[in-house]
Design a protein. Sequence first.
Length: 420
Amino acid sequence: MKPEPQIYCVGGAIRDELMGLPSNDLDYVVVGATPDEMLRQGYTAVGQDFPVFLHPQTHAEYALARTERKTSKGYTGFAVHFDVDVTLEEDLARRDLTINAMARGVLSDGSLSADLVDPYHGQDDLEHKVLRHVSPAFVEDPVRILRLARFAARWPDFTVAPETMGLMQDMVKNGETDALVAERTWQEISRGLMEDTPSRMFVVLRECGLLKQWLPEVDALFGVPQRADYHPEIDTGLHVMMVIDKAAQMKLSLEARYGALCHDLGKGNTPAEVLPRHTGHESRGLPLIDSLSKRIKATKDCCEFAKKLSQDHTTFYYLPELKAGTVLDVFKRTDALRRPERFIELLRATQADIWGRGGDFSNALTPWFDQWQRLLKTVQKLDISEIVSRFTSEPHKIPEALHQKRCETIAPLLQTWQNA
């Protein structure tokens, strides 16, 4: 007689429960059931590549236990096998990390069993804070490298098991990661940037070689020296890692964090003979941001923000030395009058650039932050009706007259700060 199907809650929800963390990541696996049985119980079939069903009341997803067999390179080259004979342990074996390969049975009242199903010792790895692959099948899906790196950014005190790092390095060397597609790469990188310590993601990717393959512009920054008086940490790559972590601490947007990652890309191709100076790195970074963003399919908003930050981040903190016309040029380049919220986010990202350095820079004052906002508000409040009415018959003269009026309005403010 065929045994009754068994339902298990698996993966991230069990991991988070053991870590004392809240979780909405509820995944269910059904062992010993057929698609017809699921349909007879009122479930709705939604899976295309393998059987997944929606619960008739909760609409949660329930997948039939399955195994996967590699058939070709890339993360899509799998043959999926599901059958009533597939065990829970076999289903868990296809998962990426041991900490994601645990389960608890679902009882008749919907609660979870106290008994932990942990065939691959995920609980032990949680206790020792180790990210470890479940089986050699890890190498069959290159997206798993990015996922592991993202988990490293989420939990910076976790280490990568040496044998797992070795597998990832082999995947890069053997060309398995060539099959990654940009959309999946960006999906994981963008999520990693939004974790609490995003630098850990890029450190892991650099160690396994994937950073050089997919983000060579970022990889090229490591080992590039900067002036010690401005950058006590010296290494440009280290500085960028400090900046993205500072941006995370400041709870900046994804666009700002991506901008922080890209703001110094121009330093990666500074001629060796002029190091450690990087004159002109701001504009040299623009085509590099374009090429990187195109390769990983970063969003248009992220790319545009990164380019504006690269071009003007040094201009922002040189404010007391600027002329009124230059300030207005910055407002125009950054579209500050139309998008003041984004302009302020650019200023905040520049603060992250200042504070994301060694020495005592984490305590550096940034008076220009408030001063730029005051200048912008002054320009926004300027009454231009008199200028418009004066040149009604000569509208082509309005832009020049408006520019002159704005310069005359903000020049005294700049003069006051310069004399302070």
